[in-house]
Design a protein around this ligand. Structure first.
Ligand code: FES
Length: 165
């Protein structure tokens, strides 16, 4: 911008951009802000939803029974709701989900105790004391090697079904 000392007028070269009025600048800023808000809102709306929960572990899992497991002593694999027993030449798996309201029962030397309402079960899952209405189900177990088993928490088998080792 150049000032003419004689006339006092402000002369502007044609190459110089015209200064932006404050009002125009604020209006333009408002439009850009609105456009950015719309763009981010649109991107947020089309973003793919992500699962809100972790996938549950597979119901079928391998188990290595400790060689020192005494007959009649329960073995509870970490993080699983099943107890595995070795009796004679047979191995069987019993669910630890209480048939009353679904609490996880504690496996003991004599059977199972439910910490929620006091039900008691024998080692074979039969109800010794209510309010549990049904015995604990037996679960499918397969031998896959020496002291190696595959348990399926999703498949029940008739009580008394054992896998021979
Ligand atoms: S949930 Fe086990 S006794 Fe109620």
């Amino acid at each position: 911008m150049k000032n003419d000392p004689d006339t006092g007028e402000t002369g502007r070269s044609r190459l110089e951009p015209e200064p932006m009025a404050r009002r125009d600048f604020l209006g333009l800023t408002a439009w850009w802000s609105a456009a950015a808000a719309l763009l981010f809102g649109f991107l947020g709306a089309i973003r793919l939803p992500k699962a809100a929960v972790l996938p549950s572990p597979s119901k079928r899992f391998p188990v290595a029974l400790p060689a020192s497991l005494a007959p009649g002593q329960p073995y509870v694999p970490a993080g699983r709701s099943v107890a595995i027993y070795k009796e004679g030449n047979g191995v069987y798996a019993v669910s630890r989900i209480c048939t009353h309201l679904g609490c996880i029962v504690n496996a003991t030397e004599s059977g199972f105790d439910c910490p929620c309402h006091g039900s008691k079960f024998a080692k074979d899952g039969t109800v010794l004391k209510g309010p549990a209405p049904k015995p604990l189900p037996w679960l499918e177990i397969k031998s896959v090697g020496p002291n190696q088993f595959l348990v399926d928490e999703g498949k029940t088998v008739p009580p008394g079904t054992t896998v021979t080792v």
